[in-house]
Design a protein around this ligand. Structure first.
Ligand code: 3PG
Length: 394
């Protein structure tokens, strides 16, 4: 697989797929982490004298929709780079070709939201070819979109002689690969989030890799219920109980324990002001739901975290958005950050939680991929990455 440094970009038009799919608050960017994460690649290309054409999706628009325009992103990138980034209200066509032909070495152009064209998600080959014709070289730095086989992530690679991974893409792959295939041990996984159905593939794959598996968050209640414990009104995926039992079996075959909450913070309703209490029992009475791990569980999970040399964490351990149910997630975030281990965090909620806990700068690697990092952890091949491999070897 080629990297940015394998390419001679001087004076070349380089199409760079970035993932600037950032949360928006109207026309304001609510969190620019993903934009910042792509800056090293853009700066390196500027230094190398490339003519840079950035392309991204933003949200899931249906056709041309000004509410999903990338124009505010161009303003943000300009500020971060300290250099004016050109923006054009389209992705292909005569006008785009015109502005591209006027680019000088070191110029940066941002195209309009690529998903305004339905050909993008359909991975239409004609569209991909037209997009590719804008440039001499292709770089994919959009790890967050690498699980999508779309025209700008996969289709386009068929029309370039040289395709390479950007610096962010390389870094993401390196950290996640090392963790999955050659981790320092003990290797501990912490999985949370509301639903077990989102994480089945990840749990199955990680059971083959880790030394300890911790499960918290909403999905823990399906596991507790499968063990025959009463979980009150907690969220349970009834159709996944057999599957949970299958995972217990797989874990025990591998002499692994799935660590579940021992105690809980429970509430009446999923509401920030609901009646709540700390419950020292593992079983939850009817009329109550588990919304956070309890203090004993925090201590137990933290003890396991302290032994680790590698930690992967995906999914919060409670409803951390509400103060009274945030303690478990934030406390574990602090312990993970304090650990000497290589620590990797994925998934938007967990990333928000480490920021909330004020410890983000002490995490080894915070993945910019949500769905992409989950699929990577499932052991799946991501089309955006595979496509680079294919073209590079040609
Ligand atoms: C993400 O935010 O996970 C990526 O940008 C992919 O977005 P999508 O789920 O709309 O394809």
């Amino acid at each position: 697989k080629l990297g940015l440094h394998d390419l001679d970009v001087n004076g070349k038009r380089v199409l760079v797929r970035v993932d600037f799919n950032v949360p928006m608050d109207g026309k304001q960017i609510a969190d620019d982490t993903r934009i910042r994460a792509a800056l090293p690649t853009i700066l390196e290309l500027i230094r190398g004298g490339a003519k840079i054409i950035l392309v991204t999706h933003l949200g899931r628009p249906k056709g041309f929709d000004p509410n999903f325009s990338t124009e505010p992103l161009a303003v943000a990138v300009s500020k971060l780079l300290g250099q004016r980034v050109k923006y054009i209200v389209d992705c292909i066509g005569v006008e785009v070709e015109g502005i591209v032909s006027e680019l000088r070495a070191g110029d940066v152009l941002l195209l309009e939201n690529i998903r305004f064209y339905e050909e993008e998600t359909k991975n239409d080959s004609e569209f991909a070819q037209t997009l590719a014709s804008l440039a001499d070289l292709y770089i994919n730095d959009a790890f967050g979109a690498a699980h999508r086989a779309h025209a700008s992530t996969e289709g386009v690679t068929h029309y370039f002689d040289q395709c390479a991974a950007g610096l962010l893409m390389e870094q993401e792959i390196e950290h996640l690969n090392k963790m999955l295939h050659d981790p320092e041990r003990p290797f501990v996984a912490i999985l949370g989030g509301a639903k077990i159905s989102d994480k089945i593939g990840v749990i199955e794959n990680l059971l083959d890799k880790v030394d300890q598996l911790i499960i918290g968050g909403g999905m823990a209640y399906t596991f507790l219920k499968a063990k025959g414990l009463s979980v009150g009104d907690s969220i349970v995926e009834v159709d996944k109980l057999d599957l949970a039992n299958g995972l217990f079996q797989k874990a025990s075959d591998q002499h692994l324990t799935i660590h579940l909450p021992h105690d809980h913070v429970i509430g009446k309703e999923l509401d920030p002001n609901t009646e709540s209490q700390v419950l020292s029992s593992q079983e939850i009475p009817d009329g109550w739901s588990g919304f956070d791990i309890g203090i004993e569980t925090v201590a137990k999970f933290a003890e396991i975290v302290d032994t680790a040399k590698t930690i992967i964490w995906n999914g919060p351990l409670g409803v951390y958005e509400f103060e009274r149910f945030a303690k478990g997630t934030l406390e574990i975030a602090r312990r993970v950050a304090e650990s000497e281990a290589v620590t990797i965090i994925g998934g938007g909620d967990c990333v928000a939680a480490v920021h909330q806990a004020g410890v983000a700068d002490r995490i080894t690697h915070i993945s910019t991929g949500g769905g992409a990092s989950l699929e990577f952890l499932e052991g799946k091949q991501l089309p955006g990455i595979e496509a680079l491999t294919d073209r590079g070897e040609k």
